[in-house]
Design a protein around this ligand. Structure first.
Ligand SMILES: Nc1ncnc2c1ncn2[C@@H]1O[C@H](COP(=O)(O)OP(=O)(O)O)[C@@H](O)[C@H]1O
Ligand SMILES: [Mg+2]
Length: 276
């Protein structure tokens, strides 16, 4: 299947903005506005991590990018075109387990192609590719209840990737996994998105995850939400996470970002509000 609407993705168009949030106002009815005049961009091929305290508005940003929520003011553009409804060019991997329990792994992964009316032959080809990509060939006929936590996350990843969306939205996708499995998933995710030249907007509250995976990290906090700090991660695309984890540069960067996040927490939950 051709890549949807983003012919440039195979080229090396630096600074081509795939997702542009401009001057966004957003809030839920009874709450103070979450976003006011908020700007954010994700470039073609970029891995951007959003790091911030719980409740600051990270999932809201993903929902705006997915077109599931509409801004009260301002604009969301995807690949240069204004977004007015559901964004069909993103794969959205939500925090929860959204595999259908009555379907096998294969049927779950195929769902987005069935919804798009893709032909049987193409579905079959893409399924084989996706199963190999996430190492689930042996588990294709299993049901979600028969899968380990890691296998479920891999199935969800395959489902998000199967129609080759130019961008993945990921909402704390590995939060429920144990440390070792997370490490494996991190490297697998990077290998996969790099191979496909995907852009990723990745939400997490885990500092090490953000600096291991991302090209750029935004530390967010406050209401309305602000970018408290923007950090460019220096590892490059072909990073080996096991090597980085043992490096002094990683330790230094982690402690730097930790102090930024502490400031974000203080902005989000001022001492009076916490009763401290
Ligand atoms: N559907 C909703 N209705 C009303 N308020 C909501 C809804 N979804 C989220 N919120 C509120 O919006 C704020 C931001 O939520 P969210 O984006 O989920 O934060 P995060 O993902 O950073 O934890 C929170 O205060 C949350 O309670
Ligand atoms: Mg959230």
């Amino acid at each position: 299947m051709p890549f949807i609407g983003v012919p440039e993705r195979c080229g090396n168009l630096k600074n081509h903005m795939l997702l542009e949030l401009k001057n966004i106002d957003f809030g839920f009815r009874q709450e103070a506005p979450i976003l006011k005049g908020f700007d954010m961009n994700v470039a073609q091929g970029e891995f951007l991590a959003l790091l911030g305290p719980s409740g600051c508005g990270k999932s809201t940003m993903l929902n705006l990018a997915a077109g599931l929520l509409l801004p009260l003011a301002g604009s969301v553009k995807f690949n240069g075109a204004y977004l007015h409804g559901i964004n069909k060019n993103v794969g959205y991997m939500t925090q929860g387990d959204t595999l259908l329990p009555w379907n096998t792994v294969a049927k779950n992964i195929l769902l987005p192609l069935e919804l798009r009316g893709v032909s049987k032959q193409e579905r079959s080809d893409k399924l084989e590719h996706a199963l190999k990509l996430v190492n689930l060939v042996e588990a294709r006929d299993k049901y979600p209840s028969e899968l380990s936590g890691g296998m479920k996350r891999r199935a969800l990843l395959a489902r998000s990737l199967i129609y080759s969306p130019p961008m993945l939205l990921m909402d704390e996708p590995f939060a429920a996994l144990d440390a070792q499995l997370r490490e494996t998933m991190h490297q697998e995710l990077l290998n996969t998105v790099n191979r496909l030249n995907e852009s990723v907007l990745f939400v997490t509250h885990d500092i090490s995850e953000s600096i291991l995976l991302a090209d750029r990290v935004l530390v967010l906090g406050g209401r309305p939400l602000r970018v408290l700090e923007e950090t460019t991660i220096p590892w490059g695309k072909d990073r080996r996470l096991d090597v980085i984890r043992d490096s002094k540069a990683y330790t230094a960067l982690e402690s730097h970002v930790r102090s930024l996040l502490r400031q974000a927490d203080a902005v989000q939950y001022p001492a009076t509000a916490r009763g401290v």
